[in-house]
Design a binder for this molecule. Sequence first.
Ligand code: ADP
Ligand code: ZN
Ligand code: ZN
Length: 754
Amino acid sequence: MPKQMQSTDKSPQTVILRLAVPSPLRRFFDYLPPKDLSLEAIEAIQPGMRVRVPFGPRALIAIVVSLESHTEVPQTKLRAALEILDVEPLLPKSLLGMFLWAAQYYQHPPGDVFQNMLPTLLRQGRPAKRPGNKVWQLSETGKALEDGDLRRAPRQREIVAFLKEHEALDKSAVTELDISASALIALQANGFIVMQEREVKSSSAHDAAHSSQQALELNQEQTNAVETIQQTLDGFTCHLLDGVTGSGKTEVYLQVIANVLAQSRQALVLVPEISLTPQTIARFRQRFKCRIAVLHSGLTDTERMQAWLEARDGIAQIVIGTRSALFTPLATPGLIILDEEHDSSFKQGEGFRYSARDLAIVRAQQEKIPIVLGSATPSLESLHNALSGRYTHLLLRERAGNAAPPVLKLIDTSHEVLQEGFSEPLLLQIRAHIQRGQQVLVFINRRGFAPTLQCGDCGWTAECNRCDARMTLHRSTPHLRCHHCDTRRPVDYFCPLCKSKNLHPIGLGTERSEAFLAQQFPATRVLRVDRDTTRRKNELDILLNEVHQGKPCILIGTQMLAKGHHFPNVTLVAVLDADAGLFSADFRGQEHTAQLLIQVAGRSGRAGAAGEVLIQTRHASHETLNSLVNEDYGHFARHLLQERHSTQMPPFSYLALFRAEALSPQAPETFLTMVQQMAYRIADEQGIEDVMLMGPLPAPMEKRNGKFRSQLLLQSTARPKLQQLLSLLCPQLEASKEARNARWSIDVDPQDMI
Ligand code: ADP
Ligand code: ZN
Ligand code: ZN
């Protein structure tokens, strides 16, 4: 197509809308503008706006990606859009840029990428308009209340105090601050407060940056980190804030954010699901008076859209949320913070398999702003980037305040007789800490009573019919449950093979350890924290509240306890079994186990008293484990990086994984063999060398949820080569007859290969 025609001729016939339409196809779709639109209206169409289009027999909401003057679609097949839904782009250019990058990089259907980015209501075509916000404010009589009034209604008094400081109380704050509805009603009935609907406005930069709570005085390393980040506020830089647990990373974030707010710019804070607790949010709310949009899973669709639009319009100056909050547009972006950057929850495990960490870096690049990745246990990828100078490496080596670092020790259990998983030395230590009036945390990475039920006579174990996995025994309501497909069945009464009644639980689980500890320490509270005891709303808060009261207790739990919590009175952390993770087949097994151990260890001794961490292992001379215990995570991680270098595994190479599954064992392998052939052919035709193909092989857990699974791994030391091959392979594959009849997926930079 001659250039001339592309740029000048703007008659309605030649404007083509290139759209991302919600469809499973890896391509864009071209449409004409709506038929009745004037020339001016057509010229006003911009990328980032939503349009309603006919798609097959249906009408769908799509988003404009670009405006073109030429299309491959024959005139007779070209359809017109039905309606333009926005008067201004819903997504700013920077986000659209990230969106296009992501669709290409992850080889994912663009329509589905965009579905992932928008709140449900906007996806459904709702107008992008902020609903009015109902707020409570003090009435004149309310303002006249003195401190001594309402003495007998402490919950009402709290609300009045809040309103004196904050001026208005909205619905989201009511839930977050756990404000009692009856107290609100009582205040309203007495005329102390009134409800008003009002347009939410942003606070002034001065107000926003003004702390209601004093900033802490930073130590030398913190000061250095804050200053370094500060100097880069005018462009893109990636910082790795590599600070031991309790070193005051959050204080660094808060102080940098204060500076960003003072420039009338916004901050986006991404945290793992598990850390998005009321305590985290409270820390931000206590520090800043500005409007904070919190994107958590409990929001209604309307609340989510509201938060999204408030961020887009610059009303909310701080946005805090989990993985998908990354897609929140910002009117005046200033900074992105991604806390616990090593956390696996930043990777979406199905559908659009993106890494929020990697995409956040792309976004910061697009927005021309700095990003801070924080962790006590950085991923090897990020550490490698910091060591090679691509990121700045900001180290906080010491705990903040006067907290001492925890001391780690191994307990060799290879020659010990264990009682329900506990060695004698460990029990002695638990007793000693409890007797000193302190708290103990016991970490065990498996919920339920025991990993399985076994027959003492013939060796039969209870297995899941739908997975290559054992059924976990649960006791609090007795049943067997598969943790992979959630199949449940009653506990067997006798062995289905030999009819023996000699069935017993084998292995460790949180319920079993809880029962054992309760019997060993009858006078001490034993609190179990796992997914089963915290299923209902507030259950976790109630448990944590009890711990925070500070009385001696034994906390037992899974990795839910490992992250983010601050337990000032926990002085002993016990890890019952470090071995499973260290010797897993996954090449990331050691890295993840070490991160988990250091994070759990980090829960101890966060106040004055030094913390002790005891790790039981049958491999006390294991080299990497010793490097972790006797040196620190940094040394350990460098050892691992050397290993990865010599085996040419990530971050020294790049991976992409094709997965396929089917009801018959043969089908996935046959399909992936076809993919492999196709890949070889393309590589040959295009002269793409340096991409290795491994497989197809059965997945480590071949059968899961009734399906047989197989995988094909692509590996290259040159990312562009791998990307080139994938961008040619995926569209061809998608167009093939076989692909239409198979269940398959592609995972670029896979995190696990189970
Ligand atoms: P991290 O996020 O690195 O685990 P936190 O930010 O939670 O660490 O800080 C741990 C504790 O140290 C908190 O109680 C915090 O208030 C305190 N703290 C942080 N910085 C300082 C400082 N400069 N002086 C005194 N205490 C501090
Ligand atoms: Zn048997
Ligand atoms: Zn199962």
